[in-house]
Write a protein that binds this ligand. Structure first.
Ligand code: UD1
Length: 362
């Protein structure tokens, strides 16, 4: 049997990897590595419990640090694993530092790489994720893409067409699998909500690291919360900066720790709108049919604008956009299949498995 090693490291990787591991079960010899980039139970453990992911075969405990420190720690750990195991394929997910580290190590050892969620581009090289995506794609043998625009980006960067496979979005497989467990009534009860409410998440360096930017956003969030209660699950990154900039539980703001997967999506499902700078939330809100205001100048996921509920907003534009959303009649929830991005249908995992299996058998 061929050996496939999957590399995961941080919260957004887990819902992407789960359907791929499930679809390849018994068909290849699989090994799941957790790099330990996220080590907090609330960003890691809870996902393994909820998504029925197998226990990682190995945790590298790479932990936090500067980009170089973290990427290097993952590389050193993986070099040993890949050298001992000599897998037939390494599968990497998304755009985090662990993704890039794994692709670099595998490529140098001559081990083929498959990149799930290849080809997304924000064209903003100040985002660490954009650097990670571009390099990972150049090093990958199989580019598994979630949206048609990604095919175009890869083609323009010189990637041969036979390496690019438009397979859909495995994170949406996970969302649709667990849809019945996204309980908005439970979320209301947990956060003491009755009536309409908003949800916000904020963790990008560009929003939470610069004191002036974060002060402006915090004041916008407090103003938004005057319209209706606003629940903010706080990612550990940026929590201190947000609180220093004045974010507190006043004027309708409800602060919570990071939430488990189903609790978070239950909360989003019932929300009037979501304000975010996350990549994944733009996709999840679009499929749930919940209006999404993305507090960023760009998105690598434009399909959530053309085929979803997402719109980009500047800090000044948040409140006018929110008022426009609140004036609109609510959309159907979840979004019906024909209103979702193409191939976001719950079958991306099996399509990815098919591509991988026929590639391994070539
Ligand atoms: C990482 C990804 C980002 C993704 C995000 C999802 C990179 C460059 N960034 O960002 O693309 O959107 O995950 O959550 O890979 N921390 C904890 N506990 C943890 C992990 C981190 O407290 O378990 C804190 C530490 O202070 C750490 C900081 O968060 O220094 C940043 O963690 P890191 O893994 O570097 O990046 P994220 O901001 O989580």
């Amino acid at each position: 049997m061929k050996t496939v090693v999957h590399i995961t490291g941080a919260r957004p990787n887990f819902p992407k990897a789960a359907p791929v591991l499930a679809a390849l079960d018994q068909k290849v010899d699989q090994m799941l590595v957790h790099t330990g980039q996220h080590y907090d139970d609330r960003l890691s453990r809870v996902f393994f419990d909820e998504l029925a992911l197998p226990e990682p075969d190995l945790n590298l405990n790479a932990g936090s640090g500067s980009h170089a420190t973290q990427t290097a720690a993952v590389m050193v750990g993986l070099e040993q694993v890949f050298t001992e195991r000599r897998p037939d394929l390494v599968v990497v997910y998304g755009d985090i530092n662990s993704t890039l580290a794994a692709a670099l190590v595998a490529a140098k050892l001559g081990i083929p790489v498959a990149h799930v969620e290849a080809g997304l581009r924000s064209f903003d090289m100040t985002m660490p994720e954009e650097v990670n995506r571009r390099v990972t794609d150049q090093l990958s043998d199989l580019l598994l893409v979630t949206s048609a625009d990604a095919v175009g980006h890869l083609a323009r960067e010189g990637v041969a067409a036979e390496r690019i496979h438009f397979v859909g979005n495995p994170m949406i497989d996970t969302l649709l699998t667990h849809l019945d467990r996204f309980d908005e009534a439970a979320a209301r009860k947990q956060h003491g909500l009755d009536g309409d409410y908003l949800v916000a998440t904020l963790h990008r360096p560009s929003n939470v690291d610069d004191p002036a930017a974060v002060r402006q956003l915090v004041s916008v969030l407090h103003e938004a919360a005057e319209r209706m209660p606003l629940v903010i699950p706080l990612h550990p990154r940026g929590r201190a900066g947000l609180e220093k900039a004045g974010l507190d539980a006043s004027s309708g703001v409800k602060l919570t720790d990071p939430l488990p997967y189903t609790a978070f999506l239950g909360l989003v499902r019932g929300a009037r709108a979501v304000l975010t700078d996350s990549g994944g939330v733009q996709e999840e809100a679009s499929v749930l049919g919940v209006p999404c205001l993305t507090m960023r100048p760009n998105t690598e996921r434009p399909v959530t604008i053309t085929h979803g509920t997402n719109r980009l907003v500047t800090p000044h534009g948040v409140l006018p956009a929110l008022d426009a959303v609140l004036a609109e009649p609510p959309a159907t929830r979840p979004a019906p299949l024909e209103k979702r991005p193409p191939l976001w249908d719950g079958a991306a995992g099996p399509r990815i498995a098919e591509v991988i299996l026929s590639w391994l058998a070539r």
